[in-house]
Design a binder for this molecule. Structure first.
Ligand code: NAP
Length: 267
């Protein structure tokens, strides 16, 4: 029996257990996915303990993603993003840390036939999700404009991301007129029916990914669909970060459809 899990605090409402267990069921794997809620100051002990107990892999979520970087051996992309959300214990050395949020966003877009090579992308938000998406898009060959409510954070991030520029939210309308891809990586749209992007700035040549997945159909995605844009909801990004983690841990292709069904039936 292989044990996988999620480290976070709180983790009560996580959709990762049903999504991963659907994959184990589909492939007939003897495995379980469980949630752990260590105290805020107990992350290192939790990771070392999991390693000692033979846990096969862990996801990491709020508030531990940044601190985890200091405890595991991070991959280059996770180091650049500044956060680890997946830990693999299968090697003989220290556990390896990955950030699958970046790949999750890329796979979500590619799954909707969005070509990222030489694409002009606008990322709204420069928090954890914004950092992951900006580095991911740049690695995929896109030119990235990062716009954030707190403009200095966008400028600082843009200095670290290849070919990127940093902006305040006032520039979004202008940036979008020439863009192919828009990603909302803010939490706007989650608590209320609001959008970080004016509806008139959206157009039919855009692909719009909203990282927000609760609700699935945000105001931004409704506006984007009305403008004739390709829309990609946040559950696709959530799905593919899990798919990527599954594939890192098991070395097998994930049963994407079964995982997607398990996830969407709970949203
Ligand atoms: P975070 O690190 O706290 O960053 C929040 C971001 O939202 C910051 O850029 C912040 O701007 C911006 N923001 C918050 N309130 C705003 C407002 N009223 N107007 C404009 N901007 C506002 O959070 P995060 O971890 O990046 O998560 C952001 C969203 O992405 C959440 O909804 C989360 O659920 C979602 N997410 C989804 C996935 C997925 O797999 N689908 C993965 C990760 C995150 P300031 O810097 O100015 O405060």
């Amino acid at each position: 029996m292989d044990v996988y899990g999620l480290l976070g605090n709180p983790v009560g409402h996580s959709l990762s257990p049903p999504m991963h267990e659907a994959a184990y069921d589909e492939l007939g794997l003897e495995a379980r996915y469980v949630t752990f809620e260590p105290d805020q100051d107990a992350l290192a002990a939790a990771i070392e303990g999991a390693d000692a107990l033979g846990v096969a892999g862990l996801n990491v979520t709020i508030p531990f993603k940044q601190e985890a970087l200091e405890i595991v051996a991070p991959e280059d992309l996770a180091t650049r993003i500044g956060a680890v959300n997946t830990i693999d214990f299968s090697g003989s050395g220290p556990p390896t840390g990955y950030n699958t949020d970046a790949v999750g966003a890329l796979r979500a877009l590619r799954d909707h036939d969005v070509d990222l090579e030489d694409a002009r992308a606008v990322v709204v938000g420069a928090g954890g999700a914004g950092r992951a998406v900006a580095f991911g898009l740049a690695d995929a060959g896109a030119t990235v404009a990062i716009a954030n409510r707190t403009e200095p954070k966008a400028r600082q991030l843009a200095e670290a991301v290849p070919r990127a520029s940093g902006h305040g939210l006032a520039d979004v309308e202008r940036l979008l007129s020439e863009a192919d891809v828009l990603v909302n990586a803010t939490s706007v749209g989650m608590e209320e029916d609001a959008t970080p992007v004016p509806a008139d700035a959206l157009h039919g040549d855009l692909a719009v990914l909203d990282a927000v997945y609760q609700p699935l159909e945000t105001r931004l995605l409704r506006d984007a669909a009305e403008a004739g844009a390709t829309t990609v909801d946040g559950a696709w990004m959530l799905l593919y970060q899990g798919v990527e983690a599954f594939e890192i841990w098991t070395g097998r292709d994930a049963p994407v459809e079964a995982m997607n069904e398990a996830l969407r039936s709970r949203l």
